[in-house]
Ligand binder design. Structure first.
Ligand code: PAF
Length: 286
């Protein structure tokens, strides 16, 4: 695997692949890779001749007081894992390469509606940062296909809308959540948890499973969500949100059958997110 930092070198290298008619896949990451990222690479491999990954801890998507400085940087281990996973090219630019004029002067991509509420509500500006850096990466790499994890359900929806609204010819593929044996969704932020917090953390997934089953049996969403919040508080979480939306993140309507439960909750120093799809029966939408 080649690692490139320089934008011009990246473009020149990709031009060669493209001239040979090779299909290019992109897997954007912020590093500190785990099995969830490796599933993205494996999916990318199935859809392209050349797999490009990017590693960039994007300052624009972190709010004041968030974990930009603490975010784990494990470059050598990431390079090793990507090589073993069959990634062909790693693009790892510096902050000044992507934002030469600083963040304040940066042109920004804002995706309305789907980026509002949920994580967009509790992390103002977060999705502007994600949309801006992902647009840049799409522009630099010009992939045919790009893979993103379904754990960041709202992020995936934002990116799908971004690509559709800006007419980018890129196929976006969502890759299912990879979980630890006890159900906890893999995340770089799980590393912030103490041993005791790590033992509590799977309660988030277990709670979502219980709520999904109750909703599928026709219990009212309001009642179920209230019970879920109480269960999370009781376990030691501070929930940011626990919501039921339709699969496109619009409010659930009477006709909705495919819905998604979405949660974000703080546990010690970590803010964990998770989601689970739900099949609603006809009377469970009030
Ligand atoms: O999901 C992530 O790791 C990041 O939000 C992404 C898509 C790499 C943009 O910085």
């Amino acid at each position: 695997m080649r690692t490139l930092q320089d934008i011009n070198e990246l473009r020149a290298t990709l031009r060669n692949y493209r001239l040979k008619g090779q299909r290019i896949a992109l897997v954007p990451t912020m590093g500190n890779l785990h099995a969830g990222h490796l599933a993205l690479i494996a999916t990318a491999r199935q859809h392209a001749d050349v797999v490009v990954s990017s590693l960039f801890v994007n300052p624009m998507q972190f709010g004041p007081g968030e974990d930009l400085d603490a975010y784990p940087r494990t470059f050598e281990a990431d390079q090793r894992q990507l090589t073993e996973a069959g990634c062909d090219l790693l693009f790892a630019p510096t902050v000044s390469a992507l934002y030469p004029n600083g963040l304040a002067a940066q042109t920004c991509v804002h995706v309305p509606e789907v980026g509002e509420g949920l994580c967009g509500g509790s992390r103002p500006g977060h999705f502007d940062g994600v949309s801006t850096v992902v647009s840049m990466l799409f522009n630099l790499v010009q992939p045919d296909v790009a893979c993103f994890g379904e754990k960041d359900y709202q992020q995936l929806a934002v990116i799908r809308k971004l690509v559709a609204d800006l007419h980018m010819p890129i196929e976006i593929i969502g890759v299912p959540i990879v979980r630890a044996d006890d159900g906890l969704a893999l995340s770089s932020r799980n590393g912030y948890l103490s041993e005791q917090e790590r033992a509590i953390a799977p309660t988030l997934y277990r709670t979502l499973c219980e709520l999904r089953d109750a909703l599928a049996q026709g219990e009212s969403a309001e009642q179920v969500l209230q019970r879920g919040k109480t269960a999370l508080y009781d376990a030691g979480f501070t929930p940011d949100y626990l919501e039921l939306r339709d699969a496109t993140l619009k409010p659930v309507a009477v006709s909705t059958r495919h819905a998604v439960l979405l949660a974000a909750a703080k546990l010690g120093p970590a803010r964990l997110i998770d989601n689970l799809s739900v099949q609603l029966p006809s009377a469970a939408t009030d």
